[in-house]
Design a protein around this ligand. Structure first.
Ligand code: SF4
Length: 336
């Protein structure tokens, strides 16, 4: 990954984590600034500029470090939160909601990892029962993990707190930073996957699906808890066949019983993101099917089509030997 420039907050310039990143990216010029907030999103930077002119900010996150996830974000009946360790992503998925979420595609890595963990601890003490903390809501959890360097620290934290569940979501195959971790059952790595033909069309620069599956298998061999997200599911004429082939390919490579869960979610966008995606990818395959504003103000397929799509994909997995309790619908509150 090539960054055009690095901006480092003065307060963390001499921290170990910062110096390690600067050493790894030694061919890239860097500049010391007071706060990333003085630059990031100060001037609108078009999303597609990430292809040729991408900045990296090394910063500390202040204010809200942990945020409650929306309803139906994860497995039902449990509390879900995500934490801020990074903003934006080096990959370029055409449906990525980050393109309408921030007015800049530049990457921010927050290096105050101890403070983020303290915020997670504080949240956890306020709530009994199993509670989930997700990375990768505003970035990919593993794509830059070799640079950001927090995984060992986070793994050590979560491995001592079995009530807390830690999920890393990714479309990368960059699992090397995980291989030195001794996994405990509450550390979950989840791979977002689509049928390979669709991934080639829509998920630019992300690892090919075959490599994600290989990485998943390797992690299972190392005793990690592994899950998959089939999200977003995009309407297309051969959806059931495509997902049946995908389910078959997973089942051939990975013991089905070792897969913790598979979430299914139909394509959806907040209105602002929808407008931005249309602007960035006017001819995208994503827009072959009509979308309308739904009750939650997101742009979605019509309800009957969403139901049909999710059922077809669910059938594809069930007919390939997956168990009903392994599958759940994500962000589909109004489907029942
Ligand atoms: S991997 Fe995730 S965060 Fe990265 S571009 Fe794709 S959808 Fe966005």
């Amino acid at each position: 990954m090539k960054f055009s420039r690095i901006l480092v907050e003065k307060a963390i310039l001499n921290e170990n984590a910062t110096q390690k990143i600067l050493a790894k990216l030694s061919s890239c010029p860097y500049e010391v600034v007071n706060s990333y907030l003085d630059y990031f999103e100060k001037v609108r930077k078009p999303y597609l500029h990430k292809r040729t002119n991408l900045y990296l900010y090394l910063a500390q996150k202040k204010g809200e470090l942990v945020k409650e996830a929306p309803n139906a974000y994860g497995t039902r009946g449990e509390s879900h939160f995500y934490y801020y360790n990074a903003l934006n992503c080096i990959y370029e998925c055409e449906y990525c909601y980050l393109q309408g979420y921030f007015s800049s595609p530049d990457i921010v890595l927050f290096l105050n990892h101890e403070e983020i963990l303290a915020a997670i601890e504080e949240r956890a003490t306020q709530q009994p029962g199993r509670i989930w903390f997700h990375g990768g809501e505003f970035s990919d959890s593993l794509a830059l993990a070799h640079l950001s360097g927090e995984l060992l620290l986070f793994a050590e934290f979560f491995s001592k707190r079995p009530r807390l569940q830690w999920e890393l979501r990714t479309k990368s195959a960059n699992i090397r930073p995980l291989l030195s971790i001794d996994p405990t059952p509450n550390i979950h790595v989840s791979f977002s996957i689509s049928p390979p033909s669709l991934a080639r069309l829509l998920e630019h620069k992300a690892a090919p699906v075959e490599l994600r599956l290989r990485a998943a298998r390797r992690l299972i061999e190392k005793n990690f808890s592994v899950a998959f997200h089939c999200d977003p599911i995009v309407a297309q004429p051969h959806v059931e066949e495509e997902y049946r082939a995908l389910a078959k390919s997973i089942a051939e490579q990975i013991p089905i019983e070792a897969i913790r869960y598979i979430s299914l979610g139909a394509l959806r966008f907040p209105q602002g993101v929808y407008d931005e995606v249309r602007h960035n990818y006017p001819k995208s395959f994503l827009f072959h099917q009509y979308m309308i504003p739904s009750q939650d103000k997101k742009m979605r397929y019509r309800k009957y089509l969403r139901r049909q799509l999710l059922q077809k994909v669910q059938n594809a997995f069930l007919s390939s030997g997956f168990l009903p309790e392994q599958l759940y619908f994500c962000m589909e509150d109004d489907m029942e």
